[in-house]
Design a protein around this ligand. Structure first.
Ligand code: AHR
Length: 517
């Protein structure tokens, strides 16, 4: 504890005390919040989750059973933790799995559901115990909105239409009647509908021209049922594939409501991504650089969308994002199970800041993935559950859900320099909630040096700032099943307001949330 205190006072983490000698005092970072210039709402759907039939997410993570023949039941501990995040939507059933999934296999009496092989993720046998009705029960339990990804890669137009009819037809129809026989009278009212997944890869290896035609054909047969109109989310580009975006928007922009961009944060090449814990500062830096790269991607994709959709009718949805590290040693490599440290927390906070900043066009995002897979909120082991540092960031950011984005002018973000390369050290989002309270989230991605941040607040009289901090004791601090509370939010005492100006002392690798009054 003493070492941690000394390190924090000196502006270094315990893990990096030896590096301290090389550090010099950092100049203060500075930015202005324009409290009277809010225009765009930060859609709560930016805080969406992604739950694929992959590894131990669905089975074990969210649903569990007493014996191999017993029915799957939702885990109340996981449901309660997700409720605290105010999860707005859950993208399901994939991912690559979606383009192999045939929804009829997952409805009706469980003992009559066929098994299938999950060819993308470990070749395991999937018994279809969790299907549409079970997913909808989860959605209801959490209070989220459904977001279903249909199968274009290996399905048919009729099959997708029938699924749409099953979940949405309010009257009497073949599929609505089937739904009733399966115990659900009222329609589920599912509007978010993914038109396949990664059609440029696991979803069919298509050219954008071909996909755009397929998308229009499938999309034609999703009629409005009752009050539910389809919000068709097209497969968007992988990272900086601007050609895909251009062709898609040119050919099919007027037929869709959303485009699904995917970007994963990697600390190295795919073949050597590096470990989730015990990584070097070089890997930390590369993760931050990879995460921040989405800012330029969003700017350039948005510019292409503006060309075909100047009124910004079509939403850019970052339907898969987050860190992808090497799987934990000893785990099934096809299950993508990884630990989650302060590095993941900072990737989450800075990515969310970027999505918020682009709130005019980015109106949805889904972190990959919700439980036990990639950058998870929650990890489970048997009946145990732990909350990851990423979970705590999502909990901090609930203050921004559907809040008014307050523009920030960054005068000096400070440079986090590593090996002759540098990144902006400070990242932030400011918003005003419906009750009129201003909230500020702020991160310092420098794992070695504390930062003083001076914040001018234009257009509002602020006299106090109070909130919480997530910092951990080192850049790779994490929660384990043996030590579940190593990284948890703590009250923050490093923010002071004088003469309407806010001064914040941000420790290394830290995220804070403040209410400004
Ligand atoms: O999230 C894991 C996988 O990454 C998804 O199934 C796929 O869409 C992406 O390539």
């Amino acid at each position: 504890m003493f070492a941690r205190l000394v390190a924090l006072v000196l502006g270094a983490s315990v893990a990096s005390v030896p590096a301290l000698a090389a550090q010099t005092a950092q100049p203060a970072a500075e930015f202005t919040i324009h409290a009277d210039q809010g225009r765009d709402t930060i859609s709560r759907h930016i805080y969406g989750q992604f739950a694929e039939h992959l590894g131990r997410l669905i089975y074990d993570g969210v649903w569990t059973r007493q014996s191999p023949t017993a029915p799957w039941q939702m885990r109340q501990d996981v449901v309660d933790a997700l409720k605290r995040l105010e999860v707005p939507n859950i993208r399901w059933p994939g991912g690559c799995f979606a383009d192999t999934y045939h929804w009829r296999d997952g409805v009706g009496p469980r003992e009559q559901r066929p098994s299938i092989v999950n060819t993308n993720w470990g070749g395991v046998t999937e018994d279809n115990g969790v299907g549409t009705n079970e997913y909808m029960a989860l959605i209801k339990a959490i209070g989220a909105e459904p977001y279903i990804v249909g199968n274009i890669g290996s399905g048919t137009v009729q099959e997708m239409h029938d699924w749409w009819e099953y979940v949405n037809h309010p009257g009497s129809s073949p599929m609505a009647d089937l739904r009733r026989r399966n115990g659900q009278d009222a329609p589920f009212d599912v509007r978010f509908w993914g038109m396949g997944n990664e059609a440029w890869g696991c979803g069919g290896n298509m050219r954008p021209e071909y996909y755009a035609d397929e998308l229009k054909r499938y999309g034609t047969y999703l009629p409005a049922y009752g009050a539910t109109r389809p919000f068709r989310i097209a497969v968007g580009p992988n990272d900086a594939d601007y050609h895909w975006m251009d062709v898609l928007m040119r050919e099919a922009g007027r037929f869709i409501q959303g485009v699904d961009l995917h970007h994963y944060t990697l600390a190295g090449p795919w073949a050597a991504k590096g470990p989730a814990t015990g990584f070097s500062e070089a890997q930390w830096f590369r993760s931050m650089k990879s995460a921040l790269a989405i800012d330029e991607m969003i700017t350039r994709h948005s510019a292409i969308m503006d060309k075909y959709d100047p009124r910004q009718r079509v939403a850019l949805i970052v339907g898969e994002w987050g860190t992808w590290h090497d799987p934990e040693p000893g785990s099934h490599p096809g299950f993508l199970y990884q630990q989650n440290t302060m590095r993941d927390a900072l990737v989450a906070s800075t990515s969310l800041d970027i999505f918020n900043k682009h709130a005019d066009r980015v109106r949805g995002a889904n972190i990959a993935q919700m439980v036990n897979v990639l950058q998870a909120m929650i990890l489970t082991q048997g009946t145990q559950m732990i909350l990851t540092p990423t979970y705590h960031v999502f909990e901090f950011y609930t203050v921004h859900h559907d809040a008014l984005l307050l523009p920030i002018t960054m005068t000096r973000a400070g440079a986090y320099t590593f090996d002759r390369d540098s990144l902006p050290a400070i990242s932030a989002t400011a918003s005003r909630d419906r009750g009129g309270v201003m909230h500020l989230t702020m991160s310092n991605i420098d794992p070695r040096a504390a930062r003083t941040v001076i914040v001018d607040i234009a257009g509002a009289a602020v006299t106090s700032a109070a909130g919480r901090i997530l910092a951990g004791s080192s850049m790779d601090a994490y929660n384990s099943f043996e030590h579940p509370d190593v990284v948890t939010p703590e009250p923050f005492t490093g923010a002071h307001v004088a003469n309407g100006r806010l001064t914040v002392m941000l420790p290394p690798h830290a995220v804070v949330v403040l209410a400004l009054r």
